[in-house]
Ligand binder design. Sequence first.
Ligand code: PLP
Ligand code: ZN
Length: 411
Amino acid sequence: MSYVNGLKCRECGREYPIEPVYVCEFCFGPLEVIYDYKNIKKVLTKNTIGKREKNLWRYRELLPIDGEPQVGLNSGYTPLLKADNLAKELGIDELYIKDDTVAHPTLSFKDRVVAVALTKAKEFGFDTVACASTGNLAHSVSAQGAKAGFKRFIFIPATLEASKIIASLVYEPNLIAVDGNYDEVNRLCSEIANKYKWAFVNINIRPFYAEGSKTHGFEIIEQLGWKAPDSIVVPCASGSLLTKIWKSFKEFKEIGIIKELSTKVFAAQATGCSPISTAIKQGMDVIRPVKPNTIAKSLAIGNPADGFYATQAVKESNGYGEDVSDQEIIDGIKLLARTEGIFSETAGGVTVAVTKKLLEMNKITRDETVVICITGNGLKTQEALNGQTVSPYYIKPNLASFEEVLKKISL
Ligand SMILES: *Cc1c(COP(=O)(O)O)cnc(C)c1O
Ligand SMILES: [Zn+2]
């Protein structure tokens, strides 16, 4: 049984049936899935959710599928960790890390969106899936598409980190490395999507794909003991994750799972690609596209599709946006590793460093319950830390050589 009412244009409100379409024919606005909340409220309670399998499908009535989940049964329900060491270092009383670096098949939050997109692609009857990716989406579509038996076309900027390219190639997709940045890859993919009958997860089935991000937010509320945090810091590429986390919080309020919602939502970006945080800081509704230049490649979208909606969510929630330099990103990665034992990719460094900055600016205060979203695993972007870590001690295989070194180490 499905609780989906259809698709609706986010600009003019015109409604469409459930099909692999993503823009309004009349105003070119993006389409969004709409639900029958009245009936969802009757079936989706804390009790029903609590009895279900610990994966992202435990909120399935709020996800846009008609039949049974077919992909991603091993994705989601990642840990929400109380981060006391990092909290102390940053000067916050109660800090949590939503840790999407683990418990997903390809170790990033993209496994959430891909689980929903590929299940929907099956329902639509596609045999080929595709994506334009900054890295993590490529891994997830390559891997989960293999398991689900799809032909796969993966488009990436050719300059992606070598380790990220290998982590896709191992699943043997058709990997197309494009001589251009992500925004150019994406534009090319829109053209290809018009010509070939493929399910481009983040283009023609984007309205369904994007809904998968809500599960990150649902889990946070459940894991906090059915309440929303006071503040949440979210890394932004296209701005979709942030927009959907805010939607997930509002939906849980709508169906009565939480009574109150006063969360401030904060957008985190790298200064080298900060169209969303810049618009927020300047109080502008228009997103000015930029040419990305940052080590945070998974966030390097210069012309973010959901940038406008992300700024609106930030505004509506009384949040803010900030961005940090590449050096601050590296320091953020190292701080998280040193204090909490979590190795995050560059996007997580962005989140940690922006959180630090927001605290210094008093946009977040120490008495708040704060959640930060750590969205991808550091093993994928080790290049970013080349020459930035401590060094090993080299010794001969004898005790004297070890003790020589030990003298230099202050214990
Ligand atoms: C894709 C991605 C994001 C943000 O994605 P949006 O396009 O804003 O939804 C954040 N972190 C990581 C690691 C990602 O791969
Ligand atoms: Zn419209």
